[in-house]
Design a binder for this molecule. Sequence first.
Ligand SMILES: [Cu+2]
Length: 318
Amino acid sequence: MKSYARAAVLGAGLAMGWSACSKHPEVSAPNAGATAGTAAKAVTAPPEKKGAEKKAADRYPLTGVVVSVDVPKKILVVQHDEIPDYMPAMTMEFIVSAGDAAVAKPGQRIRAEMIPSKTGDFRLEKIWPAEKNAVDAVAAGALKLRQDTFTLGKNAYREIGESAPEFTLYDQEGRVVPSGRFRGKMVMLNFIFTRCPVATMCPASTMKMISAQKQAAAAGAKGIEFVSITLDPAYDTPGVLKEYAAGYGINTANFSFLTGPEAAVRDLLTQFGVIAELKGELIQHTLSTILIGEDGKIIHREEGSAWEPKEFVARMRK
Ligand SMILES: [Cu+2]
């Protein structure tokens, strides 16, 4: 029964096509020159290869505390810890993305990757919350999910009528969100990633979630939360998700975008029956949209991208 359901999920995904996402094509084939293929050689770096490669790869792990934020200029002032072999602890300005600037709060401890630019500026990417309480809560949630998935083994896939898995992740503001926060509410949930280049996959899914959110409000549905969990937590930080939500003009009062440890996301994908694989530089994935009841049990799910928001709204408590 369980394996049949799982196969059906896979079938649905294959039938409607995989999403493929090109990740960093510019850094592909690092050893192309060594394999002596002339075609490969043509796309390798210019003569200054060694130096250029080193510069492009210069990323330094950074931890520190946000001192101030200039949202319009997209600048954070961060009092950062020592960066071994590179820079002593000091307070300095960093260029960040619009989403990271919007999420940052003075006094907040962060971890990030620092990238020195050729012009002498410094950029921060992959900014994550690093407050001990938050990190511990998210790590404990990931560990519990890991144990849960391991214990369930082949039965990890949660069918309609079964409880949805518990999790603790970060939302698009960098706040810790335990799944218990949604107890007593219905949750409409899917998985997306912000760099998905296939218009009919994640972008279409997000548009349908927005439509469901609007239809639910118009129908007077009460206590409904909309949740999109990223398939690509290595890239989709809270700031990236914040920018994604803003790009769609989403009302985040009851629509959260969640991210967190890779292992936690993988376990949630397993338990919700979504298949996502990093194949070389590509992410391939299936689509599922899931409705969870007030009691935490799965009420309804649709595979692929052909579902209608109204099918979900009809099942919501009015
Ligand atoms: Cu996608």
